[in-house]
Design a binder for this molecule. Structure first.
Ligand code: MLT
Length: 349
């Protein structure tokens, strides 16, 4: 269904044909994947009705959100074209808030066609994802989880668990946005040399931050023993980390240490070809792989979980008290602005 403008004063912003909401009209807001209490308080204090309930894919496809003015989702709710169409049958839904960064679970084109504004909270979880990325880098190069497992099972694997330092090694960042820059900062403090690939960032900008920018992603793999992913999932980045690129990694660190190759993904599942990663772990081409995100989540029964040198977590990059409070309160502010007839800064369409 292609929804036409709400009234004659509608304005075109980006690719969204959008009419500001009439001020003072309160909304009915569905929060499908949870939200910080402080954020619910902001919305309710502003006079809005908040319904906290998860809707499954079938419910979404059959119009469960059609009596709401706005919906706030995280990654568990998929606003596909079909779900958006069904949510818009009453012409009521006008706002999809993604409490987080990635909007790959929202069909933006369909939202625009239906005059639904999409907003996210792009900076609210940066610190938490940066810290988890560094945590995974250290945990996998120093066998933190494996050491704990062997200890608990009565072992004392001191000799087998000889890792390598991050200092003196070259870290390659795929994508050089907020999170990657935060990782670069901390990596510098460990004494790492930071390289990056990001077609949208100039070499000069990177040089200012003491990072070496590569023209192509292959160059990054050839130069770096440690790679961390910080880009969005799109058609272009699907399986960007594949067998061919993993086989380009140098094995020997920039400081001459035989540290092997290491890969971390706290961005999005699907950017890494997981079967190529498993093969590279089995062949020894990769010394470790750490994933917080998977192609299929929850990653129950994923064959990577069987590999000793794999280190995983269940998509917890933004799962901190601080990030969730920031994400929620920022999102509540965006919704209040939307109902005041404003176009929030983080509007995507
Ligand atoms: C995000 O995109 O913000 C993160 O993946 C967090 C999440 O969805 O849980």
């Amino acid at each position: 269904m292609l929804r036409t403008s709400r009234n004659s004063s509608s304005i075109i912003l980006g690719n969204l044909d959008w009419s500001p909401r009439q001020k003072g009209i309160m909304g009915r807001i569905a929060v499908t994947d949870g939200m910080a209490e402080a954020a619910v308080f902001i919305l309710e204090s502003a006079g809005h009705e908040v319904v906290l309930r998860h809707y499954n894919a079938k419910e979404l496809r059959t119009g469960a959100l059609s009596d709401f003015d706005a919906v706030v989702i995280r990654s568990a709710t998929k606003m596909t074209a079909e779900a958006i169409e069904a949510s818009c049958i009453n012409g009521r839904l006008g706002f999809i808030g993604r409490a987080g960064v990635g909007v790959d679970n929202i069909d933006i084109e369909s939202a625009s066609e239906n005059s639904v504004m999409v907003c996210n909270t792009p900076g609210a979880s940066t610190k938490s994802v940066v810290e988890l990325t560094i945590g995974h880098l250290i945990a996998s190069t120093r066998f933190v989880a494996r050491a704990d497992r062997t200890l608990r099972s009565g072992g004392w694997a001191k000799k087998q668990l000889r890792g390598s330092e991050l200092g003196g090694k070259r870290l390659g960042l795929i994508g050089f946005g907020r999170i990657a820059r935060g990782v670069a900062d901390l990596a510098h403090s460990f004494g790492m040399e930071v390289n990056a690939f990001d077609p949208y960032v100039s070499g000069d900008q990177a040089a200012e931050l003491n990072c070496v920018m590569h023209d192509g992603v292959d160059g990054l793999f050839k130069a770096c023993t440690h790679i961390s992913i910080h880009c969005n999932l799109s058609k272009d980045t699907h399986h960007l980390v594949n067998h061919e690129r993993l086989s380009m990694m140098p094995d020997i660190g920039a400081d001459g240490t035989a540290c092997g190759n290491h890969i971390v993904n706290c961005a999005r599942g699907g950017i890494v070809d997981e079967s190529a990663v498993l093969e590279a772990l089995q062949s020894g081409k990769l010394s470790s792989a750490a994933l917080d995100v998977f192609e299929v989540e929850p990653a129950i029964g994923n064959p990577l979980l069987e590999h000793e040198r794999f280190h995983g977590s269940p998509h917890i990059g933004a799962a901190t008290l601080e990030a969730q409070t920031r994400v929620g309160t920022e999102m509540a502010g965006l919704i209040v602005a939307f109902f005041n007839g404003e176009r929030p800064e983080s509007a995507i369409n």
